[in-house]
Design a protein around this ligand. Sequence first.
Ligand SMILES: CC(C)(COP(=O)(O)OP(=O)(O)OC[C@H]1O[C@@H](n2cnc3c(N)ncnc32)[C@H](O)[C@@H]1OP(=O)(O)O)[C@@H](O)C(=O)NCCC(=O)NCCS
Length: 176
Amino acid sequence: MAITYYKRFRMEIDLDRAITSSVLPEPFVWVPWEDSLLEHHAEVKYRCFVGEVDAYVFPCLGDRHGCRRLMSEIRRKGGFLPEATWLIAGTEGYVGTVQGVRDPSGVGAIQNVGVIPGCRGLGLGKALVRRALAGFYQAGLRRAYLEVTAENASAVQLYREVGFRRVKTLYKAVDC
Ligand SMILES: CC(C)(COP(=O)(O)OP(=O)(O)OC[C@H]1O[C@@H](n2cnc3c(N)ncnc32)[C@H](O)[C@@H]1OP(=O)(O)O)[C@@H](O)C(=O)NCCC(=O)NCCS
């Protein structure tokens, strides 16, 4: 079996300098976390990631059951933060998702940000990241990080524009 190595960046941000409002363009609205929304987060996550590079790096992201399992795992984490976990709803249902957890060292970790293909380029991805950062801040955290696959140029650019900076390069080995 061959192994492919995907280059990934760990990016971090100082929350004291990063908190700005995250207003959505019409007709989109914020939907805060409730346990009854777990399936919806999982379904939107699947629709955002299927066919994208991260579904090769993390095959569970390209699979409905995998996304359901992943969402359940995120929800069960001790550091799960409802304040940093949001859906965006449009006129025809949910179109974007983000989840946040406090890691054991007290730093906010953005889990998965996704916007469905038909709603990209409208500022929703940036708004989701900013909303999660505001949730970390509200929970008392002052630093946050995420990891992103280097070839996911639009995501890397989005995070840079929000204020994240690369602190480390990692390589994820994937059997293929
Ligand atoms: C990454 C993702 C969330 C961006 O969502 P989005 O709603 O399109 O993002 P936005 O409209 O807020 O765009 C924010 C910035 O991203 C960058 N960007 C967005 N689309 C881009 C593209 N096609 N090419 C280059 N940069 C792009 C731009 O810098 C943009 O800022 P600007 O509007 O000021 O130019 C979305 O493409 C997605 O869900 N991708 C699949 C899942 C994924 O890979 N998630 C990230 C995992 S780490």
